[in-house]
Design a protein around this ligand. Structure first.
Ligand code: FAD
Length: 391
């Protein structure tokens, strides 16, 4: 019999408590039982498996580290582990979850008033409400810090929003969307909770994506959308506040990258046990073993980096540049790991039914969202040199 697949090579999971291990196992089981069998089918159709939402809600894992409002007062580390476990099977499901639990709940947690947190977070936690996060625009991607074209104007007891958003995950079916818009009066970026059924709000599915096809990304159109004053995030008053949310979720994206690499690596190792050429399993060949070791080396580096990053986050010490470095480093290594997995599978590496092709495609989206390689590198570069090179 071939040896068990070794993906936690430095036994990082030994660092988790029994309770944490139990939660990790519950999420792994859910992903294995409910998601793995259908992941390729939904990816190919480009549809979201809505029937999974109540089952995911039962796990009670939304907003884990949001003290006082999250599920079980768990750590950022556990949130990271959950992202890994999800992406290891399906990065689309992990992205759906990351939008809900990280970007949306995080926006309200970091930028909402106490009243807003009480009103919205419990329902997002139980997934009674599904959220989306609208920052990127058709003409404003990396430069969101430099100004948005979506505008907000305060009038009496409400705000009027106008503009467009692009790439908004969950946006076609969410109940609410956090919209970031520029206040026409003071020029600052402000955050709003917008109910998707508000008149003037329209979501259009972005079709024919070649990565994370299960995630429903939307183009949003806002035409004179009237938002009550109490739906403006009380403490979301400049891009610095938006950046607090992104800093926390970037760590989560680093973990998604780890999971994506690990999933592809595991398929590749398994394949080397089964596929025979020249009368031997391909795992007998030195050059294949070398590829596996290169993959494991990258994977282990990513795991340990993400693990330490989350510990810093839990200690309240994580800096922007630490989060950005992990995002850049992990997503870059993931691309290299999934490509090697694809190489090991030969022609089957491009067939969806052998799974690795989906990981190769999905790694491309993770590489780009929540700040491209260049943007996150510039954040680290600024910390190293003291000079901002964004503009
Ligand atoms: P651009 O900003 O146009 O960048 C093009 C290229 O120029 C990149 O290589 C970039 O690194 C480079 N570049 C830009 N500026 C500089 C500079 N100063 N120096 C050097 N190089 C530079 N957004 C949301 O708000 N909500 C979501 O839910 C969401 N989900 C997403 C899901 C997917 C699958 C994808 C692909 C994107 C999603 N996004 C979402 C948007 C994502 O965050 C943006 O795609 C990303 O920030 C990059 O913006 P852009 O695509 O407009 O690229």
């Amino acid at each position: 019999d071939p040896p068990e697949i070794k993906s936690d090579f430095y036994q990082l999971y030994d660092q988790l408590s029994e309770e944490e291990r139990a939660l990790q196992q519950r999420v792994r089981q859910f992903m294995e039982d409910e998601v793995r069998p259908i992941a390729n089918e939904y990816w190919l159709k480009g549809e979201f498996p809505h029937h999974l939402i109540p089952k995911m809600a039962e796990l009670d894992i939304c907003g884990l580290p949001l003290k006082g409002y999250g599920s079980m007062d768990h750590s950022y580390l556990m949130e990271g582990i959950i992202s890994l476990e999800m992406s290891r099977v399906d990065a689309s499901i992990s992205t759906f979850f990351g939008v809900q639990s990280g970007l949306v709940m995080g926006s309200i947690y970091f930028c909402g008033s106490e009243e807003q947190k009480q009103k919205w977070l419990p329902k997002l936690r139980t997934m009674e409400l599904i959220g989306a996060f609208g920052l990127t625009e058709p003409k404003v991607g990396s430069s969101v810090a430099g100004g948005l074209t979506t505008k907000a104007k305060k009038e009496d007891d409400h705000w009027i929003l106008n503009g467009q958003k692009k790439w908004i995950g969950n946006g076609t079916f969410s109940d609410i969307t956090i919209i970031w818009a520029q206040d026409v009066d003071d020029g600052q970026v402000k955050g709003f909770i917008v109910e998707n059924d508000t008149p003037g709000f329209r979501a259009e599915k972005q079709k024919d994506k070649m990565a994370l096809r299960t995630v429903q990304n939307a183009r949003l159109y806002l035409e004179d959308v009237k938002v009550p004053a109490e739906y403006k995030l009380e403490n979301g008053n400049s891009f610095k506040d938006t950046a607090k949310v992104l800093k926390a979720t970037r760590a989560g994206v680093a973990w998604q990258a780890v999971g994506c690499a690990q999933g592809a690596y595991e398929y590749a190792v398994d394949y080397t046990h089964k596929r025979e050429q020249f009368g031997k399993t391909i795992g007998s060949f030195q050059l294949i073993q070398d590829l596996l070791v290169e993959m494991l080396s990258d994977l282990t580096a990513m795991q340990t980096m993400a693990f330490r990053l989350s510990q810093l986050q839990d200690e309240g010490k994580m800096t922007d540049e630490q989060a950005s470095l992990a995002k850049v480093s992990c997503t870059t290594h993931t691309r290299s790991v999934v490509e090697k997995a694809r190489e090991i599978l030969g022609g089957n590496g491009i067939l969806l039914k052998y799974n690795v092709a989906r990981f190769v495609a999905d790694a491309e989206a993770i590489y780009t969202y929540e700040g491209t390689k260049q943007v996150n590198s510039l954040i680290v570069g600024r910390a190293l040199t003291g000079k901002s090179a964004f503009v």
